[in-house]
Design a protein around this ligand. Structure first.
Ligand SMILES: [Zn+2]
Length: 120
């Protein structure tokens, strides 16, 4: 094999290697993206499953720390929500949760008749 033939083969192999590297990098990027998408999907599925599990077992008499922590978080969110409504000058509509201004007779969001939530 002449020097020029060897040089020509070397260049061809280098070009092929670079092409393979580029294709491999593209595969890696695509696989990483697909993995992220699936991981996001899995997180949403776990969330949905967790809500179902919580709803099915929240009233069970069991000593589950996660159920207790979830119930505590829900109650705290409700407290914060009520405090926010109060600071905005009203209370949450018992039907839809929208802000009902103090003294209102109806919820402006859903039309629910408001009789007793402002009676102290
Ligand atoms: Zn409402």
């Amino acid at each position: 094999m002449s020097f020029l033939d060897k040089l020509s083969d070397g260049i061809a192999n280098t070009t092929k290697d670079l092409g393979n590297l580029a294709a491999n990098a593209t595969d890696i990027t695509k696989l990483q993206y697909d993995k992220k998408v699936k991981e996001g999907e899995l997180t949403r599925l776990y969330e949905k499953l967790g809500k179902k599990y919580y709803e099915a077992h929240k009233d069970d008499d069991m000593d589950d720390e996660d159920i207790k922590a979830t119930t505590a978080a829900i109650l705290r969110i409700k407290e914060i929500s009520d405090e926010l409504m109060e600071k905005k000058g009203g209370k949450a509509c018992p039907k839809c949760g929208a802000l009902v201004k103090n003294g209102s007779k109806f919820c402006s969001a859903c039309g629910e008749k408001i009789d007793d939530i402002f009676e102290e």
